[in-house]
Ligand binder design. Structure first.
Ligand code: NAD
Length: 444
């Protein structure tokens, strides 16, 4: 099937590549000329495991094209995806300017009956807005071309995006139109062989499903962080509590890790946007507000532990090694990452940072630029050189089993602040290091 996809970010590029991988003819459109030029020369703008070879192979096989020319991309395509960003507006609601700009472009250029598929995370009612914009453009052109707008929210996880896209656990299709649903089923058939993963529903429910999923996951994290903070104050170890509750299948093992707060491009903005949706509908979203407030406080918790160790003005003049800048492992994405809060707090308190991340160094250089109180290091070991203490912010695999004797030797103050509870306190203390984790009853 011929497919056009607007947006070559995490969602658009991965979706386009996976659709090409199973044999569809995909053209990805972006307004960022440099990104498109790069992709046409095999330069992948993001880090996602497995993505680069797939992009190159499908591009070389002429199943995957990249262009800024929207008109030619839309051409005779029966299906056009919208996969552009929906960043938070000033009041936290989703900013739809990019989605609606694409809708205008689609209205200007479609030539044949088209199913417009919205993959961006958008508030309930957006499909109606997209529909109205396209209809207005068609009417301005004086043409009558049939089209439908389907909601097909994306559930991929950054860091695992290719695998999620190739083996989705569900494919939500929101539409009232049986022909559109049938087309979506044909498009996704290669991903849907083992058992039926397509969940059909109405458009508004599909739009809300995406927010409900992210809000639920964010709630689990904030809940666990609150339990961790209680554990810390009452001398319990949240890691033991986690083992104790995760074994209950009604609770489950996933997403109950306490830590330095959730970040990324989705949870923070989606929880806020859903809260705004609730408010606009006349409902005070008390739980969502609490989820956000707990997370916001949690992002400052690692710094509180550092300050607790050193005393109120004791952080000044220290050098802290920071392992992990990305908002989670296996990505270079630093949007709303907890590391950003920690670094700002350390700098405000007069500390220097020696930072290392396996994939996010270029992104960090872009965000922070050159500054005297930040040294970008080539390896985890290099970040320790000349540091007083270590703070672990992202649970990358290579950070999970360090040589504690080497840490003891390298860190002048022999102290580790473990923002992801990667280490066994007894083991690390036996190596002669002071240890602070999240909710481990030892941080008082
Ligand atoms: P992104 O910021 O990585 O990429 C968006 C891309 O759209 C950019 O390359 C930008 O240049 C391009 N763009 C903007 N306006 C355009 C236009 N008019 N025409 C063509 N291209 C245009 O965004 P993302 O992370 O891929 O997210 C896209 C959407 O998917 C968002 O709504 C997001 O909430 C949702 N989502 C993201 C994830 C994730 O893990 N990143 C997961 C599920 C859903």
């Amino acid at each position: 099937m011929r497919v056009a996809i607007f947006g070559t970010g995490y969602v658009g590029l991965v979706t386009g590549t996976c659709l090409a991988e199973v044999g569809h003819q995909v053209t990805c459109v972006d307004i960022d000329q440099a990104k498109v030029d790069g992709l046409n020369h095999g330069i992948i703008p993001i880090y996602e495991p497995g993505l680069e070879p797939m992009v190159k192979e499908n591009h070389a096989a002429f199943r995957l094209a990249f262009t800024v020319d929207a008109a030619s991309a839309i051409g005779q395509c029966p299906v056009v995806f919208i996969a552009v960003g929906t960043p938070p507006d000033e009041d936290g609601s989703a900013d739809l300017q990019y989605v609606l700009a694409v809708a205008r472009t689609i209205g200007r250029h479609i030539q044949v009956p088209t199913v417009v598929v919205n993959k961006s995370t958008v508030p309930v009612g957006t499909a109606d807005k997209v529909r109205a914009v396209i209809a207005a453009e068609l009417s301005a052109r004086g043409v009558d071309i049939a089209f439908d707008v389907v909601s097909n929210p994306e559930f991929l996880k950054e860091g695992d995006a290719v695998a999620d896209c190739m083996r989705p656990d569900r494919i939500v299709v929101g539409s009232a139109n049986a022909d559109s649903v049938a087309l979506m089923r044909r498009l996704y058939a290669p991903f849907n062989r083992n058992h039926d993963r397509v969940v059909e529903m109405d458009v508004r429910s599909a739009e809300l499903t995406k927010y409900a999923a992210n809000a639920m996951l964010a709630t689990k994290i904030s809940f666990m962080n609150e339990i961790a903070n209680i554990a810390e104050r009452v001398g319990a170890d949240v890691e033991q509590v986690r083992q104790g509750i995760g074994s209950d299948p009604r609770i489950g093992w996933h997403f109950i890790y306490p830590g330095a707060g959730y970040g990324g491009s989705c949870f923070p903005k989606d929880v806020q946007a859903l809260a705004r949706t609730a408010q606009q509908a006349g409902l005070e979203p008390r739980l969502l507000n609490a989820v956000e407030a707990v997370n916001d406080a949690q992002k400052g918790h690692l710094f509180e532990l550092i300050q607790r160790h050193y005393g109120s003005d004791g952080v000044r003049g220290r050098t802290i090694a920071v392992w992990g800048l990305a908002f989670k492992p296996n990505t270079d994405d630093m949007r709303a990452a907890s590391s950003r809060r920690l670094l700002e707090q350390l700098w405000d308190a007069g500390a220097c940072v020696r930072a290392y991340d396996p994939e996010a160094m270029d992104e960090a250089r872009r965000i922070f630029g050159q500054r005297g109180d930040l040294v970008f290091c080539d390896s985890a070991g290099a970040a320790l050189d000349g540091a007083d203490a270590l703070a672990v912010v992202t649970e990358w695999k290579p950070f999970r089993s360090p040589d504690f004797a080497r840490l003891r030797e390298a860190l002048a103050d022999a102290v580790v602040f473990d923002g992801r509870n990667l280490y066994d306190p007894a083991e690390i203390e036996a190596a002669g290091l002071a240890y602070y984790g999240i909710g481990r009853g030892r941080s008082l």
